[in-house]
Design a protein around this ligand. Structure first.
Ligand SMILES: Cc1cc2nc3c(=O)[nH]c(=O)nc-3n(C[C@H](O)[C@H](O)[C@H](O)COP(=O)(O)OP(=O)(O)OC[C@H]3O[C@@H](n4cnc5c(N)ncnc54)[C@H](O)[C@@H]3O)c2cc1C
Length: 554
């Protein structure tokens, strides 16, 4: 139920959760299911009222903006958090992401046992995400087992059976609002920001949390037996940086706090040309009998990754660049023109996604119009049917991938980054501003290039296809660095580790040095793998609900 601040101050809650993105909402609902008599306070900074600006995003400073989106493009504030604009792409981490590897230079501070234990909660997570079940390999799904991405492809050094699943895309605020409103156990306080903790330092117990209203004109305090920070990676990290007293029992703020910030390196540097029957290429979505959209991801096998000392990278078939009229595809030209039309583009995609399609450039308008006229009526019918499937259905078509009669597709890479301390979030001297440093390392870039080479060799060995690079070899590193931007996937800054010397939280997501403060954010992941992070975060949210519940009497 929704409450005001006066009521929130009166109770001692069993659990207080900061933030109502996917992590906070899944945690609250799952904990309520396990402990229906407990009282949960869910605090959300945003109000969902139209406010053009907010203090939190206004006080984030991206020091090197070349590869990082601006703060307002990276997160949303309000019930549901950034699920208000996410793509709904649900991807599972791989076991190798949890294993120490030479290329990670000792920065992999979690382990495969944790992966297998967490996976037990994946079924429940899939239900919250509305993405079907928790099988992420086509060979485990009878309808698709043994099928391949293209005629002649064989699994081996490269695999084609890993998949991404798609949620509706589920906007957690809209989807779970009624359940939260009608709950007696969950009390929802919106328009209030957590900013400080009172600590009984010698015991490491957080006794109270200070909050302030959206306009920062009023403050209040709330009391709970347990606190969870689920405020998204940036804000969770900032809260911990602002409150060093939390770590007194652990001997001070952990050295890893705010460091090892990772996202993904992503873009397109080559096309894949398949030699077989174009009709037999899985270029688009697969649909399960329940109507869930799936899509294949090409990956190197774990053994090949280790042998070549490479980072984990997924690749998928994509359209050529929309903005380049050389594709001569009327439907693509029409969609590009729609995306660069200011008011229409804003309606069709969140700014970060629109930018990744248009690259923020307006080019070749006469040629695009020529493409549209040449391909009539498909130039209009394909966008019209796509528009209906993508914007008017409950389960929306997650993207647009057009069939190539030439059997040639752009190849989109999405790669892991090496966790380095130089990529970090830290407080500015004013004690409020969050400075973010984020770049790609030479190893990130080299791994993308070598992964393409291994894939090319494999396709040629299968006699199934080959890569056609878009840039001369010596220009690839610069091209990759200039095309890749993240900040949407935020990993690493409060990482899990076995000691406070190496990380910020333990395997149960409890902050080192405290007895009752936990973090539920992708910031706890020490490595970024190839996977978009929110699905695993949902798995960890379900797992945390079970851990917290089993620590408490009913
Ligand atoms: C355009 C876009 C597309 C994306 N697509 C995908 C995708 O397809 N797949 C994928 O896996 N991920 C995707 N992501 C990332 C995904 O949205 C995030 O990983 C996910 O939302 C993180 O969930 P969260 O609950 O940790 O944080 P958030 O969703 O960011 O929610 C945190 C909430 O906490 C609130 N808050 C912050 N600070 C405070 C405070 N001090 N006090 C009270 N409340 C506070 C915020 O207002 C916010 O509502 C995308 C992101 C963007 C922006």
């Amino acid at each position: 139920m929704k409450i005001g601040v006066a009521k929130a101050q009166l109770e001692t809650y069993d659990l207080c959760i900061v933030g109502t993105g996917p992590a906070g909402i899944i945690l609250a609902l799952e904990y309520q299911r396990l402990q229906p008599r407990h009282r949960i306070l869910l605090i959300e900074y945003g109000t969902n009222r139209a406010t053009a600006r907010n203090h939190l995003d206004d006080s984030i400073n991206i020091l090197e903006p070349q590869n990082h989106h601006s703060p307002y493009e990276c997160t949303n504030k309000g019930l549901g958090g950034s699920s208000a604009s996410w793509g709904g792409r649900c991807v599972m981490y791989d076991e190798i992401d949890f294993q120490p590897r030479k290329i990670l230079n000792g920065a992999c501070t979690w382990n495969a046992a944790l992966f297998h234990e967490a996976k037990k909660f994946a079924g429940q997570a899939s239900a919250y995400f509305e993405c079907g079940d928790a099988r992420f390999n086509l060979d485990e799904i009878p309808t698709f087992a043994g099928s391949h991405i293209a005629e002649g492809f064989q699994g081996g050094e490269v695999t084609d059976s890993s998949i991404e699943r798609y949620s509706l895309p589920t906007h957690f605020g809209k989807r779970y609002r009624a359940e939260l409103d009608s709950s007696q156990a969950i009390q929802l306080l919106t328009g209030w920001e957590a900013f400080a903790f009172e600590v009984i330092s010698e015991a490491g117990v957080i006794s109270k949390m200070a909050i302030r209203n959206f306009s920062r004109t009023r403050t209040a305090k709330v009391t709970a037996r347990k606190f969870v920070l689920a405020a998204g990676a940036q804000e969770t990290t900032r809260l911990l940086l602002k409150n060093p007293q939390v770590f007194q029992k652990a001997g001070g703020q952990p050295a890893a706090l705010g460091k090892y910030y990772q996202g993904h390196i992503s873009g397109k540097i080559a096309s894949v040309c398949f030699h077989g029957d174009p009709q037999k290429t899985d270029h688009g979505f697969l649909l399960t009998p329940e109507g869930v959209y799936l899509r294949r991801r090409l990956q190197l096998s774990p053994a090949t990754m280790l042998e070549n000392n490479l980072l984990n990278t997924a690749l998928w078939l994509d359209n050529s660049l929309y903005l380049d009229p050389q594709h001569r595809n009327g439907a693509m030209s029409f969609m590009y023109l729609a995306m660069i039309t200011p008011w229409l583009g804003k309606m069709l995609a969140p700014p970060a996604i629109a930018k990744s399609i248009t690259r923020g450039k307006i080019v070749g308008i006469p040629q695009h119009i020529g493409n549209i006229l040449k391909d009539l009526p498909q130039s209009l019918t394909i966008p019209a049917t796509t528009f209906y499937a993508r914007y008017c259905r409950k389960r929306k078509l997650p993207g647009v991938f057009l069939y190539s009669p030439r059997n040639v597709y752009a190849l989109h890479f999405h790669g892991e980054q090496v966790p380095v301390p130089e990529n970090r979030m830290e407080l500015a001297p004013d004690g409020e501003t969050l400075n973010i440093s984020y770049r790609y390392t030479d190893q990130d870039v080299a791994s993308v290039i070598r992964t393409h080479e291994v894939l090319d060799q494999w396709l040629r060995r299968c006699k199934c296809g080959e890569l056609d690079y878009w840039f001369p070899k010596d220009e690839l590193p610069a091209a990759i660095r200039s095309m890749s931007t993240d900040g949407l996937h935020q990993v690493g800054t409060t990482r899990i580790a076995a000691t406070a010397g190496e990380g910020v939280v333990d395997e149960n997501l409890k902050v080192w040095g405290t007895t009752n403060l936990h973090v539920c954010s992708s910031s706890v992941f020490p490595t970024s793998g190839q996977a978009n992070p929110t699905y695993l975060l949902g798995v960890f949210a379900v797992r945390l609900a079970h851990k917290l519940s089993s620590d408490s009497p009913r």
